[in-house]
Design a protein around this ligand. Sequence first.
Ligand code: GAL
Length: 312
Amino acid sequence: MPQNAFHPGRPWLDLDGEPINAHGGGVLFHGGQYYWYGEARPRGPSNQDARIGVSCYRSEDLYHWKSLGIALKVVEDESHPLVSGCKIERPKVIYNAKTGKFVMWWHHDRKGWGHAGALAGVAVSDSPQGPFTFVEVLQPNGRMFRDCTVFMDVDGAAYLVFASDANANLVFCRLDDTFTKPTGIQCTQFHGRYMEAPCVFHHEGRYYFLGSDCTGWAPNEARSAVAPALFADWKELGNPCLGEGSETTFGAQSTFVLPVAGKPGRFIFMADRWVPEDLAASTYVWLPIEFRKVPGREAPRPFIRWADSWSL
Ligand code: GAL
């Protein structure tokens, strides 16, 4: 196996030789390094509740990842929202240059509630690897909060993007200057489209969305959309995946779109190939995003093609 290559769907080991345990995750580029955050799942048959917390890995080249341990830990205190047995899903971290803090958001649910509580969790840290200090769990502007991402716009403003209204709609909600609190500036998009696993990125003056349908851990056909502004009307562009396996996103579900540092226009589609009966055994499907002009359409469309292995 070539060293500097991605092998989608295959076991991916960290520099200690352990399988990378960072599911439903996202990547932050900071100080010349990439930080990968994700759900740390316990080994073996799991009951799908959080037992560890959020892991953090660091890399310079995106191929080799060093484990930095657990950035946000579950606790034993039954009265605390982070008690072992709660749900911590799809963590994403952004850096706030004004406060010098790293801010983590995730989909939270209270122990014993399944996904019924539909909360957002927020935590902050002075360093990218944590430890992150718990701030609170909440529903932004009283809205249900499930699958989520955080997007930093080109003007430095940050937004929560989350499945709301029992997953029917997707909400974009601007964060305050500290990135730790939602503001009342929000809009509802993709009405009744049950978009999950949201990813948002900016490319050549346009905003792009990649996501999934709503079928639990089972993979489904990916979705894509484009808009001239975050709060404009999004135009759906259909399934971005091409070829064999495209009807199930190659057996995976989106989690993040990673802009490659120093390479404008290069993005990595990050997805999880879930193993629901043993979530720690879930693998990662990272594939390059291509853009192509389609006759009759103004905006180039993003496409994702399978590759057994590939390099930047
Ligand atoms: C998926 C969601 C995952 C997880 C799962 C639970 O739809 O994307 O993050 O919540 O449902 O069934």
